[in-house]
Design a protein around this ligand. Structure first.
Ligand code: HEC
Length: 191
């Protein structure tokens, strides 16, 4: 297959500017981080902790005050807004992901794909050739989460129908309390 002339031109244009350097990722062992990288890891951890705390607070309040069906909006609309706010405040990129996503928009960055496929409840750190750090922090299911992520007979009243309507491709039910549900991922400059 040959590229279109326009694609070929684009490639030449990129090469002429040095091109986008191919970034490669490897895992960053616990003791191998430089002091600057350790400080960046701490900043990344503060970011996912902030998102986790705020999200859980809003979600719990919504479930208690308005019920699980209404609370779906917290996960659907507030979660991405909060993620953007926390990302800006902490100078990172971050999100939530899972091997079995409810919303495919929560698919993790490519560097996390291998660890996510392994699906082990362990935190992991990655380092890119350009100095970017990637962090993965497991999220385990709390008892309240089964209202929207449990087996069909455990979902709160009306939740199954609402999820079916909003997420026809939903893969995020059938979890039990204590299960690995997914991860926070954080990406930030490590030096
Ligand atoms: C009120 C229903 C509801 C409850 C309760 C709930 N979730 Fe969710 N969860 C959702 C919805 C809806 C989404 C999809 C959000 C989106 O569209 O980005 C979601 C997405 C997620 C994701 C992102 C990955 C994906 O599947 O797309 C994670 C991780 C997650 N939930 C974990 C939890 C955990 C842990 C708890 C308990 C602390 C919990 N959820 C409680 C409804 C809920």
């Amino acid at each position: 297959m040959t590229g279109s002339p326009r694609a070929v031109l684009l490639v030449f244009a990129l090469l002429a500017c040095g091109g986008p350097a191919a970034v490669t990722w490897s895992s960053l062992a616990e003791g191998a981080a430089t002091p600057a990288q350790q400080a960046a890891v701490a900043r990344g951890e503060a970011a996912w902790q902030a998102l986790g705390k705020t999200l859980l607070g809003e979600l719990t309040a919504a479930v208690n005050e308005r019920g699980a069906v209404a609370a779906i909006e917290v996960c659907r609309q507030r979660a991405p807004v909060l993620a953007t706010e926390v990302a800006r405040q902490h100078g990172v990129r971050l999100g939530r992901t899972s091997l079995r996503t409810r919303n495919a928009a929560n698919t993790a960055p490519a560097w996390a794909t291998g660890a996510i496929a392994a699906n082990e409840p362990v935190s992991a750190r990655f380092l890119a050739s350009d100095g970017t750090l990637g962090l993965l922090q497991p999220i385990q299911l709390a008892p309240m989460c089964v209202q929207c992520h449990g087996n069909p007979d455990e979902l709160a009243a009306g939740v199954g129908d609402a999820l079916h309507r909003l997420y026809p491709e939903d893969r995020a039910t059938g979890f039990a309390a204590g299960d690995l549900r997914g991860w926070f991922w954080v990406e930030l400059q490590g030096n």
